[in-house]
Design a protein. Structure first.
Length: 276
């Protein structure tokens, strides 16, 4: 069963559509501003990040404490994910690796690609560091700091009691509320996946979460959001391929219709007001 599904969202960000939009700023002297992103990809919004989100503490893949507020002045491409996803997140990871490679070629230091874990109980600093090494990461991987409650898997796969409890963290909850991310503890599929970090251990639960990406401008204002699945073309790390569920392996052969690395760069260019 596909776990990381494209869930409907009713977010603070999306609500901004009701009060009007502000055009992306264009640098003085720019001859041809980047075009607006297609409405088929997502929606243009205009919502400032709140102080609690800017100040929220995370640990990145290098073991350093980081905050969104540390990157005021940068254009940020933000994605929810988890390292133990067996179907969609590996393809999101693949797209982000390709995006960051493109950005590196342009040598623009004022852009940032960030993933935030929606499974903080398992995505400890040690695990995200191992994941970064596994994929040869060239982008930021963050996990929330603070206390996370113990996950309790649900009793059923569907219907009543199909959603568990726990894996809740105050920082992550604040982000879920603001961005409209839906995050649920659900039963692990059959047959149960085996942990890529500890190959002798079977997974006991999964996380169902909203897909897509959000782009934040240099003034800490969310300017675009998309709920699309990643349309990945390329080669994944061998360990991730081995970790894929049957649905994930099918998607590897027949990619989802959704956002591509080129789409991501185009949106970032529009938000930044310059070609990237």
């Amino acid at each position: 069963m596909k776990r990381t599904s494209h869930l409907m969202r009713v977010s603070t960000v999306a609500a901004a559509m009701a009060v009007g939009l502000v055009a992306a700023s264009i640098p003085a002297g720019a001859s041809s501003p980047p075009p607006k992103p297609s409405s088929k990809l997502g929606v243009i919004v205009n919502v400032p990040l709140t102080k609690d989100l800017l100040d929220a503490a995370f640990t990145n893949e290098a073991g350093k404490t980081v905050h969104l507020g540390d990157y005021t002045g940068d254009t940020i491409f933000l994605v929810p994910f988890l390292s133990l996803c067996e179907d969609t997140c590996p393809f999101t990871t693949g797209n982000l690796l390709q995006m960051q490679a493109i950005l590196k070629k342009h040598k623009d230091t004022k852009v940032l690609v960030v993933t935030i874990s929606t499974d903080p109980y398992r995505d400890t600093p040690a695990r995200i560091a191992a994941y970064a090494k596994l994929i040869g990461s060239n982008f930021e991987i963050w996990t929330p700091q603070g206390t996370t409650t113990t996950p309790v898997p649900p009793k059923n796969y569907s219907g009543k009691d199909s959603v568990g409890t726990g894996d809740e963290n105050a920082t992550l909850t604040a982000f879920e509320k603001f961005f409209g991310w839906q995050v649920q503890v659900v039963k692990e599929g059959k047959p149960a996946g085996v942990d890529w970090m500890a190959p002798h251990e079977k997974l006991t639960y999964d996380i169902n979460h909203s897909d897509g990406f959000w782009v934040i401008n240099s003034a800490n204002v969310v300017r675009f959001e998309s709920g699309d699945l990643p349309n990945f073309h390329g080669k994944l790390a061998a360990a991730l391929v081995a970790f894929l569920s049957s649905d994930g392996k099918s998607a590897y052969k027949h990619p989802y219709k959704g956002w591509t690395p080129t789409n991501g760069i185009q949106v970032m260019s529009w938000v930044a007001g310059k070609k990237l």
